[in-house]
Design a protein around this ligand. Structure first.
Ligand SMILES: *Cc1c(COP(=O)(O)O)cnc(C)c1O
Length: 476
């Protein structure tokens, strides 16, 4: 399987070559040259464990890692020990167990990994893939990232203790919850560096972009990224759509709907790909919070990324995005994989503009991709968290609440609705307090993590200071 850029200007690449990189050299995103068709495999796949299913699906996309090694990586990644924080401990071996609220309305638990958010599902695999490929090539990598919460901790827990990998993670000083800070800063692994920047998330993000644009520094210090445009992350996420389908249905002639709390369009992009591969998906329900740029697109055909100043800070913060970095992958498929059209559309987007598909032939095709959408507000989140707790005695987090709220507006009779549960309530205890008047349940092992010693360097929002830390650690 070769990988192409959505903008058509890059040589086709193999999987291992795009694994460690980010954007394609022409500024596009990598996608496989075709989607393998798997409808005939569903019967055999239904019986597989999560790790076995992951191996079958990944094998279709990865042809430059020997199968036995790929199998070992899947087995090592998807264990009940790593994904052990399920509601019902007895179901931990499912890796992504289903919590059924009604016979036709389910939550797919994707947040049972080490950082209690769905990003662990893909990031844990990425950590093992990076270590494997770097060992093979005898190379090292310095991962530089900026986080406002979930991505940074997922990356650190995936890369901690890995050979040949260092992680330098920038976060805005004092802007994350006490729990999120404790999760990241209490890590004592020698290859993990937490850097708190005096400023906002955007200041941290700007420094990371400045380093990425410094080609000489980037090459000399082998700077890499693990952001959500990484193809391997999207690929790993395809697996749980299949597993969720098997858990929510009794036979392969049934269809299901998935509801996905969305920010950068990474999670639901994997759902789109699963559907393109032949998974019987009746609907992909895209749920946003007040930052509704994607909801607006699927309702109107207008894609209008927002300015940073126009981006709301909400109580589902991992969905607070101004533009959706993975959306270009879907649009590439939508326009019939015509890279020239994508280039034209993103010329407008990259210049700070928008695009409008109303009245075009592309708009007429949009309906055939199965998307519907909706958005949710803080008041909706509170009401949904309260209702799910009162009716079902199930506690959900704020992002999952957005997914449940919009799912209820788009349920189809007789079609199971599967809401992807993207985080656990404990990560957002302030809002849980506001909704329910009590503290969320917390896994016993995480009791008191806020009191553990923390390891973090605080610096000004200055490019030079970050570079100095990287240089210092690489020259040790
Ligand atoms: C990252 C994240 C999302 C958004 O996922 P995308 O892939 O960016 O659409 C939703 N919920 C939680 C809890 C997250 O951490």
């Amino acid at each position: 399987m070769k990988y192409l850029s959505t903008r058509g200007g890059a040589e086709p690449q193999s999987f291992s070559d795009i694994l460690l990189g980010g954007l394609a050299p022409d500024g596009g995103l990598y996608l496989p040259e075709s989607y393998p068709q798997v409808a005939d495999h569903l019967a055999a796949w239904r019986k597989l464990s999560y790790a076995e299913l992951a191996f079958e699906i990944l094998s279709l996309y990865v042809d430059d890692i020997p199968p036995a090694d790929l199998k070992a990586l899947c087995d090592k990644t998807y264990t009940a020990q790593t994904y052990r924080w399920s509601r019902d401990a007895a179901k931990a071996q499912d890796i992504v167990p289903l919590t059924s609220l009604t016979p036709d309305f389910h939550l797919l638990e994707l947040s049972n990994g080490p950082t209690l958010a769905f990003k662990d599902m893909a990031m844990q695999l990425l950590g093992n893939l990076f270590e494997y490929v770097l060992d093979q090539r005898n190379e090292t990598i310095n991962i530089l990232g900026a986080t406002s919460g979930d991505t940074g901790s997922a990356a650190e827990y995936a890369m901690r203790g890995k050979h040949n990998v260092r992680v330098f993670m920038l976060s805005p000083e004092g802007k994350m919850s006490a729990f999120q800070r404790a999760q990241m800063y209490s890590l004592q692994d020698a290859n993990i560096f937490n850097i708190a920047v005096r400023g906002m998330f955007d200041d941290a993000q700007d420094i990371v972009k400045a380093v990425s644009n410094d080609a000489a520094f980037k090459a000399q210090y082998r700077i890499g990224a693990v952001n959500s445009i990484n193809w391997a992350r999207v690929m790993a996420q395809v697996v749980y759509y299949f597993k969720g389908y098997f858990e929510a249905t009794a036979s392969n002639d049934q269809r299901v709907a998935f509801s996905v709390p969305s920010g950068n369009f990474g999670n639901i992009c994997a759902g789109h790909i699963a559907r393109m591969m032949g998974l019987p998906v009746a609907r992909l329900v895209l749920a946003t919070n007040e930052n509704n740029v994607l909801d607006e697109f699927f309702r109107t055909g207008v894609y209008r990324p927002r300015a940073t100043a126009e981006t709301y800070v909400t109580t589902s913060p991992s969905m607070d995005i101004s533009k959706a970095s993975n959306f270009e992958r879907f649009v590439f498929d939508l326009v019939g994989r015509d890279a020239g059209v994508v280039r034209g559309l993103w010329q407008q987007v990259d210049a700070g503009g928008s695009f409008d598909l109303r009245g075009t032939p592309t708009m007429a095709k949009l309906a055939s991709y199965g998307f519907v959408s909706g958005c949710s507000t803080h008041a909706d989140r509170l009401a949904t968290i309260r209702d799910v707790w009162a009716t079902h005695r199930v506690m959900i987090d704020t992002h999952t609440a957005d997914g449940v709220k919009v799912a209820r507006e788009h349920a189809l009779p007789g079609v199971p609705m599967v809401v992807l549960e993207t985080a656990q309530a404990v990560k957002f205890s302030e809002t849980i307090q506001e909704a329910l008047g009590c503290d969320p349940l917390r896994p016993p092992e995480l009791e008191g993590i806020e009191k553990l010693p923390q390891r973090v360097e605080v610096i000004d929002a200055a490019l030079d200071q970050v570079k100095q830390i990287v240089v210092r650690e690489c020259c040790r």
